[in-house]
Design a protein around this ligand. Structure first.
Ligand code: A3D
Length: 313
């Protein structure tokens, strides 16, 4: 049996970090593709030279030719602009839509059987565009956001209670960042519902910090956005697919009636295995949570509507 092939479309901060994590975990051979000449080749060579130290047996290659992704089992898409201070994710719509359309054509031609994991912002619109342009079934086009938003929420809850992050279970639904809905009824620490451990006031503050967590990092870095945690989240999804782990992870998935939503990408828990997005898991929600999911589906739909105008312009 040959090794898996992982194509990283965009070899910037997140792409490079994914390559490193994928190599350390020996998930498969990695191709870093980017439009910047020399950069993906340089990163691939640097990572290759860390192989003898970390003892991994995978090959890493950099390329400026999209056909080098041929036969990839999974394509992880980070190509596009990242936010700088003062920018919202939606400010990236125009430029990133053109980039996603271009790379979708390449994926369709050269990696027609792959699972595509999209990270490029604004996420809900870009993953919709990827599905539309590749024509791939909904099982094979998924967006990364919920794994990261949930991890941020878990980190802040663990900090608040001074406990191991491994004892915290949390679920975040909805759009990425500002539009997310933490599902309090599914959040537990050591099996105890979080509402019994933290006051409503502190939970509100933690929720607000989670919503703005991406912006907090952009403000500190000043030249780009978070990349270690987004890369780790994408690798977790790819690993579940490549190893058929069937993990249930919150991801941007295409809904056809689940959560009373139709023909829209929204952050919900899904099972990821060898079949890609094998199922959408419907967790019981309180009435307030149901209402919140409904409200946040509408800005996502508006953003997708704006896509057509941008692409026509
Ligand atoms: P960055 O380090 O700038 O890397 C992006 C790379 O894309 C650059 O190396 C570009 O050269 C490359 N690129 C541009 N056009 C093309 C093209 N046509 N084909 C191939 N490569 C191209 O950014 P980053 O890695 O920090 O972030 C990448 C994207 O992820 C941005 O849109 C971010 O906003 C987004 N992001 C999403 C999350 C989520 O949780 C969804 C989190 C953090 C960042």
């Amino acid at each position: 049996m040959g090794r898996n092939k992982i194509a990283l479309i965009g070899a910037g901060n997140i792409g490079g970090t994914i390559a490193h994590l994928a190599a350390l975990k020996q998930l498969g051979d990695v191709v870093l593709y980017d439009v910047v000449e020399g950069m993906p080749q340089g990163k691939a060579l640097d990572l290759t030279e860390s192989g003898p130290i970390d003892a991994f047996d995978v090959s890493l290659a950099g390329s400026n030719t999209i056909s080098d992704i041929a036969g990839a089992d999974v394509c992880i898409v980070t190509s596009g602009l990242a936010r700088k201070p003062g920018m919202s994710r939606d400010d990236l719509l125009g430029i990133n839509a053109k980039i996603i359309s271009e790379v979708a054509a390449g994926i369709k031609t050269h990696a027609p059987d792959s699972l595509v994991i999209v990270l490029t912002n604004p996420l809900d619109a870009m993953v919709t565009l990827m599905k539309r342009e590749t024509g791939f079934p909904k099982e094979r086009v998924v967006g990364m956001a919920g794994v990261l938003d949930s991890a941020r929420y878990c980190s802040f809850l663990a900090m608040e209670l001074d406990v191991s992050v491994k004892s915290v279970q949390a679920l975040v639904l909805g759009g990425h960042g500002d539009d997310m809905v933490p599902v309090w009824s599914s959040c537990t620490v050591g099996g105890v519902p979080v509402e019994r451990l933290i006051s409503a006031e502190r939970l509100d503050a933690i929720e607000e910090r989670t919503r703005k967590a991406g912006g907090e990092i952009v403000g500190l870095l000043k030249t780009g956005s978070a990349y270690y945690s987004p890369a780790a989240a994408a690798v977790r999804m790819a690993e579940s697919y490549l190893l058929d782990k069937k993990e249930i992870l919150p991801c941007a998935a295409y809904l056809e009636g689940e959560y009373d939503q139709r023909d829209i990408y929204l952050g919900v828990p899904v099972q990821i295995g060898a079949g890609g997005v094998e199922k959408v898991v419907e967790v019981p929600l309180t009435d307030a949570e149901k209402e919140a999911v409904k409200i946040l589906a509408s800005p996502a739909a508006e953003l997708v509507g704006a896509l057509d105008k941008v692409l026509a312009g």
